[in-house]
Write a protein that binds this ligand. Structure first.
Ligand code: GAL
Length: 402
């Protein structure tokens, strides 16, 4: 093949020199975020997503906090099988500088061994979110809490606190929001004692999914004294430092948005009812160019449904629905926009150092083997009046440079 022997001899000399160079070279240094099983710097929605230990990331129903140039991803730690749908371990946290390679930082909030504790092993801890309070310099975690052995009846909010982003977090207490406070947009009939009494006599015989029955009762009023129900949830800190808790209330039929107290450890008593009887779950709230946006789901348990989106000029509303933001199909399960690629929203967050860059996070739940749940992270794009989340098999942050 080669034209002459001297060319071949030349090749041998070069190959020998190269081999010598390689054998004396320093071993390649991997950064602390890169394991031997190197995770590519791209997002591959629906695939196994390995951490720095080569283990599939275990942070479901999660949220991302950006603090001092590092991202922290908090989520539900799941175990194998159906048992993984209850909290056996706690809230897991990972850190990253580039959003694709995540370092396992361990368990941020551990379940308790004390049977008297709200967060005893076997309770339900879902959709944990963490925000940082610049005044108190504390990291504050909120999560949806269901007490052990009571299914989804308790509908409470758990609160924990830490001095450092990765924790460990100290559990403080659980509450039902805004006991003794009416929402700003309360209707006169919701204060009517007769309708409150009639609803209380129903003795909570309401399902957690859409039925026409809910609208015939006064669920808000019936929970005025004891506090409102709170299940799927998120947190949001506005530019002025005020923080908000967004939660599916009134047996999941209506989304409440509530101001938190200055220390972020309680509700401030100022809140609104939003999207009444639209059964909004999985709310992910963010702000862009002075407007507030929500991406959410309908209410069908672990099974996917069509995503929703909405916009508002004020975080407490009024909100205007924009429709399903999803576009495209997930080739792994052939599920498209009508089923959110098989997923359910959990968080939308801005990317540091990129202009107008937001990532939407979804969970592909696997309730039969909870630990196998997958993540779908996709870029959000904006039109004049709305937003879009288009499926991509693989992508990286350079999409935000375009
Ligand atoms: C979903 C909710 C999840 C979990 C699940 C339980 O609707 O978004 O966080 O609560 O129901 O069935």
């Amino acid at each position: 093949m080669f034209r002459n022997n001297s060319f071949n001899r030349g090749l041998v000399v070069w190959a020998t020199a190269l081999a010598a160079l390689i054998s004396h070279a320093e071993p390649i240094q991997f950064s602390e975020h890169v394991s031997r099983d190197v995770q590519p710097a791209s997002f591959n929605p629906g695939d196994i997503w390995k951490d720095d230990q080569g283990v599939h990331i275990n942070a479901h129903g999660g949220g991302v906090l950006l603090h001092n140039g590092t991202y922290y991803w908090f989520g539900e730690h799941k175990v194998a099988g159906h048992a993984g749908n209850r909290a056996q371990v706690g809230v897991h946290v990972y850190s990253s500088k580039d959003l694709t390679r995540w370092k396992d930082e361990g368990i941020a909030l551990e379940v308790s061994a004390d049977p008297e504790s709200d967060i005893v092993k076997g309770c339900i801890i879902e959709r944990p979110k963490v925000i940082y309070n610049t005044k108190t310099q504390k990291f504050v975690m909120w999560f949806h809490l269901e007490l052990k052995g009571r299914g989804y009846d308790a509908a409470r909010s758990g609160i924990a606190i830490s001095d450092t982003p990765s924790g460990p977090y100290t559990y403080i207490r659980s509450i039902r929001p805004n006991a003794g406070h009416w929402p700003i947009n309360v209707a006169a009939e919701e204060k009517d004692p007769a309708s409150i009494e009639r609803t209380q006599k129903e003795n909570e015989a309401f399902s957690g999914g859409p039925t026409p029955k809910h609208a015939q009762f006064n669920i808000l009023g019936s929970h005025f004294e004891g506090g409102q129900m709170a299940r799927d949830m998120n947190l949001f800190v506005d530019d002025d430092g005020q923080a908000y808790h967004i939660y599916s209330s009134e047996h999941n039929s209506t989304l409440h948005i509530s101001l938190l107290t200055e220390d972020y450890l309680d509700h401030a008593g100022t809140y609104t009812r939003n999207f009444p009887f639209r059964w909004m779950e999985a709310p992910a709230l963010f702000k862009r160019k002075g407007k507030y946006y929500i991406v959410a789901s309908g209410c069908t348990g672990w099974a996917p449904n069509a995503a929703r989106s909405a916009v508002a000029d004020s975080i407490l509303g009024p909100w205007r629905e924009l429709g399903n933001p999803c576009v495209g199909t997930n080739p792994q399960n052939q599920l498209g926009p009508d089923l959110t690629f098989g997923g359910q929203s959990t968080c939308v967050f801005p990317v540091m150092g990129k202009k107008d860059a937001y990532i939407a996070m979804f969970d592909l739940w696997r309730p039969d083997d909870a630990i196998d749940g997958r993540y779908v992270w996709l870029p959000v794009t904006f039109q004049e009046d709305g937003l879009q989340v288009e499926w991509r098999d693989s992508w990286n942050l350079s999409v935000f440079n375009q």
